[in-house]
Structures are given as C-alpha cells and as structure tokens.
Design a binder for this molecule. Sequence first.
Ligand SMILES: Nc1nc2c(ncn2[C@@H]2O[C@H](COP(=O)(O)OP(=O)(O)OP(=O)(O)O)[C@@H](O)[C@H]2O)c(=O)[nH]1
Ligand SMILES: [Mg+2]
Length: 558
Amino acid sequence: MGEKRTDRKAAMEALLDEISTIFEATPLRRLLPRIVGLKEKLRTDEVRLAVLGQMKRGKSSLLNSLLGESILPTGVLPLTSVVTEIRYGSTPKASVRYQSGNLEEIALFDIPEYVTELRNPGNRKRVLALHLLYPNELLRNGLVLVDTPGFGSTYSHNTAATLGYLEKVDAAVVVFSVDPPITEVEANFIRELRKDIPKLFFVLNKVDLVSKADVEDACTFLRNELGNRLGLSHFDVFPLTTRTRGPGEAPSSGLASFIDHLREFATYSHDQTLLLSVLRGAGQVLDLASFALSLRRSFGALSASQIHEKRMAMQLLLEETTRGRAAIQALLREEQQGLMQKIGTDLETHVRMSTPYLEERLSSLQRANPSSSGRSLGLLLEEFFNKEITTIFRDWRMREDAQMSAMLDEIVSRYTARANQILSTLTEGIGMLTDLPVTKLKVNCGLAMDSRVSYSIERIFYSLDSFLLAVPPLLQRPLVFRRARASIPDRLDRNSGRIRFDYLERMERSFLQLERSLTSQIEDARQTLAESLEAPCSDVGMWNKLQAARSCVYLLNQ
Ligand SMILES: Nc1nc2c(ncn2[C@@H]2O[C@H](COP(=O)(O)OP(=O)(O)OP(=O)(O)O)[C@@H](O)[C@H]2O)c(=O)[nH]1
Ligand SMILES: [Mg+2]
C-alpha cells in the first residue's frame, strides 16, 4: 500500500510539473499561480491530526498511549495550556516556539514547564507551541499529532489557544469520557468542527470507570447524539481506556483497535485526502485551460471577418460575466448587513430579557449575604457580576454561533450555485457561438464562519468608593445594592457592544473570504477566455499535451 501511495504522489508531482511546462509555453500563463499553489499543497505533505475535547477528557493521556511513553503531562487540574505538535524524528527531541518567533530546544523532562497551566500560568512564558520529534511508526508518513488545551476550560486563554489552531487542522480525534458521554458544550463544539474538519474520529475514554453494560449504553447514546442530533454520518466511536494495568502492559483492546484505525488513516487516507484535493484543483484548472484552448483553435480555422463577428458576440457574454460578478459582490454585502442586523436585534432582545433575570439574581445575593459590608461586599459583587454576565452571554453566543453558521452555510451554497450559473451561461454561450462542446466549469468553495472567539467579558471593577466606605454599615448595604442594581443596564450594554463588534469582525472576515474566492475564480475564467479571443492558435502539440494531462488526472482519480 505504501508503495502505491508514493507512486501516485510522485506521479502527481510529475503531472503538475508537466502542466506548468504546458502553461508556461502558452498564453495560459495566467493559470500558473493555481498550479504553483497545488504543488505547494502537495509538497508540505503533512496531515495534522488534532486531539480535541473538553478539559480532562484524557487527550494528553491518549497521545501518551499512542506514543507508548508518558511524555506529555497529564493530571487532574486543567492542565495543558499550549498546543504541542508531534512529528516523526529518529530520536525524541523537544523545542519551544515562542510568540516572538524564537525557537529554543529544551530537555524532555522540562516539557511541563512550558505547556501546563501550573508551571506556565496564563502562558506568561509567551509560548506559541511546543514541537516534539518522536520515533513512532504512526508519524512516519507525515502525520502530525497535535495535543490541544481542553475547550470549555476554566481558563479562557486555553480555549482560545485551541480555537485559534483549528484552521490548521486536517483531521481530528474528539475525546469524550464515559461520564457524561456528551455535554451541550461538546455538542456545540462538534457542530463547529464538522464544517471545518473533513475527517473526525470519536473516542469514548475512561471505560475502565464503569461496567461493560454501561459502556455499551454510553456508546449507543453517543452514537445517537452524533448521528441524530448533530446529523453526522459515516463515523466511528472507539470506546477505550488509556490506562494499562501495569508498566510494559499491552494496550487495552479498545486502544489497540483505535491505533489500527489511525495507522490505516496515516498510511492511506492521509495521502488519499491530499491527493484527491490536489487532483480536484488540477482538474478544474485543466478544464478551464482546455476550453480556452479549444476556443483558440476554433478561431484559428476562421476567416478574419468571421472572427470579428464572433468576437463582438462573445464580448457581450464576457460583459455579462463581469456584471454577474459585480452583482455577487453587491448582494453579498447586503447579506452581510442582513446578518449583522439580525445579530443586533437578537442581542437587544437577549439584553432586555436578561435584565430582570440579573436583577432577581442580585436580590437573591442580597438575601443570601445579609451581613457582608465594606470591601468584602465590593469583592462579592464584583465576583457576582463577572460570573453571571459570563454565563448570560456565553450560552447566548453558543446558540447564536450555531444559527449564524447555518445561515452562512446556506449563503455559501446559494452563491456558489450562482457563481457556477454565471460560468455556465458564459461557457454555454461560447459553445453555441462556436459549436464547441461545452466544458462545465465550476468554482470550488468551502467556507465556514470564522469561529475564532476573540471576545471576553468586560470587567467593570466594583470597588466601593471612599464615600460609601465612610457610610455606616446599616445604610451602606442598601445604598451599595441600589447602585449595583442601577449599573445592570450599563454592564449588559457594554458587553453586548463588545460582542457585536466581535461578530462584525468575524462576519467581515468570512464574507471577504467568500467574495474573494468566488469572484477571483470567475475572473480567472473570464480573463482566460477573453485572452483566447485575442490570440487564435492551432498548435496541435499543445492541445494533445493538455488532453494527455487531463486523462492523467482522470486516471489518478480512479
Ligand atoms: N480512569 C481513567 N482515567 C483516565 C483515563 N485517561 C485519562 N485519565 C485521567 O484523567 C485525567 C485527565 O487526563 P489528561 O490526559 O490530563 O486530560 P486532558 O484532556 O489532556 O486534560 P486538559 O489538558 O487539562 O484538557 C488524569 O487524571 C488522567 O489520569 C482513563 O482511561 N481512565
Ligand atoms: Mg492535556
């Protein structure tokens, strides 16, 4: 199997080189950057498999079990705080990449000093990632295993570190544990993940903690949740424990079966995923090139007056394409504004409904703490507001993000269809004018809402000023609580302002990416075809080479 893989990859590399040579020698040079991009993708040859999950599910323990050595720190406190990338190396070696860009080699036993919340609280050492080289067969084919901080951790910077990393991930193992098999936070996280990450494995860890019958129940429950509630299909759940009964003990059967699956993924699916994606890209460029070249050739056989007449007609089609592209841009901006308005309205409603709730919670706090006063009362209120406001907006955001992602998905498919329609009109029109067989050109667009969360609760420091501290305790408490109650609208407002701003930024990024992707692909096609009108050519050699390259793509796809 390994040999077949390497052969196909080498063949793909050779093919891309051949396509570059054809393009370089022809007026199709404008398509060269697309081929360079595909070569780059093939060259990097790494598939990143991230281990993700809520805190304490056993992510680092699972990686240690895969490596066969306890090299990553594990523990009962929220522990991993920095992303660790593990690649193949003939001897184990660890280096720290700092946010400044500096790289420093460290001893393996010093790893906890950099990647744990305990030794590097709040990531004050400014570590970007830990790079580990390890001699393990699983890693030989370019598989990169990634340990990530648990999401939903009490330390929000840890969640942020994981979310920030997701865009680099090609596949993921999501780790759950038997109690409870899946939480709401996990369900929401998976809704986000499945849009960005093509391949997901699911592990149900810590099966040693419950009876065999309970493991079965937990597995069935998890499968149902993933399949029915989250709408996933073609997925496996691996129940296992990372615990061995003693040192040197063989891995449990669940773990062994999971390792087998990963090995298969590492040796086959890895390159297959990469190759398929490169092949799809090459096929699209070649379709366009081939259609453009057939256009040039058909013009080569015409008289000057016939060429002139057809050019005039085609000019109209090309102008229509430009208008279509501009319309997509304008409409996408309207869609973006529509979504932003919806977020604004949803936020207002949420703030309006949360105000009486927070007032009620404040009254309960007042009743539950009948005697606190002075500075301790200030601290109590500060803690109360931070906790309550965090909850009020966190849950809302989870729901809103899920809704927004679904709406954005729908917009992406609607506009991809629209862009494809524009290309169809262009190619079919050209086909009719020239009697050429029409090649269906397609844009290629996968996009999900930018899900990096950059929002954190705005703390409004609640210290009692000197006037209040001077007031006798009996009068002080009612005054302080009255002030606290009066501050509720302002607190909710400030936080909702920050959330609106965060959404605005994320929406802008997502829409800009979508707009660029769609319009640049339409423009590529339009200009390539427009240039074909200007320079007829009847080079049969070039045509044959291009068709041979297309056949190769077809064959490699089999
Ligand atoms: N009983 C049992 N405990 C396990 C198993 N796997 C991990 N644990 C324990 O679960 C706790 C958390 O394990 P970690 O591997 O640190 O979990 P993590 O997901 O990396 O945690 P964070 O990095 O903090 O998010 C540790 O105390 C482990 O010993 C298992 O299969 N069975
Ligand atoms: Mg960990």
